[in-house]
Design a protein around this ligand. Structure first.
Ligand code: CU
Length: 128
């Protein structure tokens, strides 16, 4: 019986250690936005179940992510950010999604970008 319990403990320990090693993904993606309000919106959208850390930098536009890849995928996180109205490099929000964004956060608007000291938007299609 004692041997059985020890074997069981060893199996449990191995399961946990391999899970901790291989199931964490650390990555960063480029997300367009302007300000502190955008930061909150982007980080809230990215913070899905299984996501451990989110940090969007208003200067670099990089969103750093740490997540459990057995619980959530990068694609799901990107879809959620698009849903909140923000453009991700390689995955642009639809006009309907973008329309929900607060007026002062219109990151595709060249005059808003200029007033925040930003260059060209990620979305380079002509939006009129
Ligand atoms: Cu904003």
């Amino acid at each position: 019986m004692k041997k059985f319990i020890l074997t069981l403990l060893a199996v449990v320990a191995m399961t946990f250690s391999s899970a901790a090693q291989s199931k964490i993904t650390e990555t960063s993606i480029e997300v367009d936005g302007l300000c502190g309000m955008c930061k909150k919106r982007i980080e809230n959208a990215a913070y899905l179940p299984g996501v451990k850390k989110v940090n969007w930098d208003v200067e670099t536009h990089q969103l750093n992510l740490v997540f459990r890849n057995d619980k959530v995928s990068k694609e799901e996180i990107i879809a959620s950010i698009n849903d909140a109205g923000h453009d991700v490099k390689g995955s642009i929000a639809t006009d309907e999604q973008y329309a929900n964004i607060h007026g002062c956060c219109r990151f595709r608007d060249p005059s808003q970008r200029a007033s925040h000291g930003l260059g060209e938007a990620l979305c380079t299609e002509d939006k009129k």
